[in-house]
Design a protein around this ligand. Structure first.
Ligand SMILES: *Cc1c(COP(=O)(O)O)cnc(C)c1O
Length: 361
């Protein structure tokens, strides 16, 4: 069973060390004689977990003191609604940078609550997709915030340069990239990520917000989505998803032990480089994204024809390489290689790709 490598885009694989620890703790967490699922979120032990998880995340991402961390419900989709509800008004304008499926969905949701400018930044030259440098984004002068997605999970397209506009508030959907590389939190008004990619299990969403935005929320915002209320209640306004929070806390500890975000970034670069090298080294596999915008988390590629795509996915599975089929809107193959995917898993996939190419060339 240990030999299976799961390339799922989310929920995605967890580090084995974290699973072992969760297994060990399951029926007797903190010597309480019960599981973390069975205890009060107001107990001393759980409050300790809340405190430690925040401190660990703050340390990992070097989060400045004037930024607050919230643990919320409703996934990234919940934030698609919460962001405009909390941070703008019906008549105000906001800018949504579109680089793929998720940023488009965020913009569509925002349209319900305010005047939403959609700015497409994907360009194509000779069939190769790239993203306009942020200096060329057509930002409106009168916008409450600019929302973008630095890693489009389905298309495998990424924005590595952190956008900076004078006196503008930047918001980022970091769902599939948070904790995979070093970022500068101070450049953002707010960033968010649902947990099931790099941070544990689905059910919990992390929000890191500059505290000056905590007082902006309109009173009509549903309490569960209201940043101020979540903050004032230490993210325990209602019952949190205990187990997801607990798993995230283990992920943070695991990452610290490895050497932090700096270290995992190096490993992630090495991992993605191996796959892109194989893709580029022949005409058999194809990726249509410019080098500077290729995702390090979601490696998307195609084979010469659809029949071979399907055969690749099937045969890979027989070789214990799971979940390589991309989302139906994109088609083709996607290897999601978040922090938990070990280098060994990449090497096994590379070996399989070489074998498959030889067999079908
Ligand atoms: C997965 C994902 C989402 C959706 O997350 P949910 O938790 O299912 O709402 C949104 N944005 C990005 C970039 C994602 O990768």
């Amino acid at each position: 069973m240990n030999n299976i490598y799961n390339f799922s885009a989310g929920p995605s694989m967890l580090p084995i060390a974290v699973m072992k620890k969760a297994h060990q703790d399951f029926r007797n967490w903190c010597n309480l004689g019960s599981s973390v699922l069975e205890i009060s979120h107001r107990s001393k032990e759980f409050l300790e977990l809340v405190k430690n998880s925040k401190n660990d995340l703050r340390e990992l991402l070097n989060i400045p003191n004037n930024y607050k961390i919230l643990f919320c419900h409703g996934g990234a989709r919940g934030q698609f609604s919460a962001i405009p509800m909390n941070l703008t008004k019906k008549k105000n304008q906001v800018d949504y940078i579109c680089s793929g499926y998720w940023s488009k969905k965020a913009a569509e949701e925002a349209q319900k609550y305010c005047r939403t400018n959609i700015i497409n930044v994907v360009q194509k030259i000779n069939n190769v997709k790239y993203i306009l440098p942020y200096q060329q984004w057509n930002i409106n002068s009168n916008t409450d915030y600019i929302h973008y997605c630095p890693n489009e999970t389905i298309e495998g397209i990424a924005i590595y340069e952190e956008p900076v506009f004078k006196n503008k508030n930047i918001i980022g959907d970091f769902s599939s990239t948070l904790l995979s590389r070093v970022i500068d939190i101070s450049k953002y008004a707010l960033i968010y990520a649902s947990a099931q990619k790099n941070i544990g299990a689905s059910g919990i969403t992390i929000i890191i917000v500059n505290k000056k935005f905590l007082n902006k929320s309109n009173k009509l915002v549903p309490s569960i989505l209201n940043y101020k209320i979540m903050y004032d209640n230490n993210s325990l306004f209602n019952t949190p998803t205990n187990f997801s929070w607990y798993l995230s806390s283990l992920i943070f500890k695991w990452l610290k032990k490895i050497g932090g975000v700096h270290k995992i970034e190096e490993i992630n670069q090495e991992k993605s480089k191996l796959l892109y090298q194989i893709i580029d080294s022949s005409n058999f596999y194809k990726n249509f994204i410019h080098e500077k915008n290729r995702s390090q988390m979601n490696i998307v590629f195609e084979l010469k024809n659809e029949f071979l795509n399907n055969l690749f996915i099937k045969e890979a599975q027989l070789n214990n390489l799971y979940a390589l089929k991309n989302h139906k809107i994109a088609g083709g193959i996607r290897a999601s290689i978040y922090n938990a995917m070990p280098l060994k898993g990449i090497k096994k996939l590379v070996k399989f790709m070489l074998y498959f190419k030889k067999k079908h060339s």
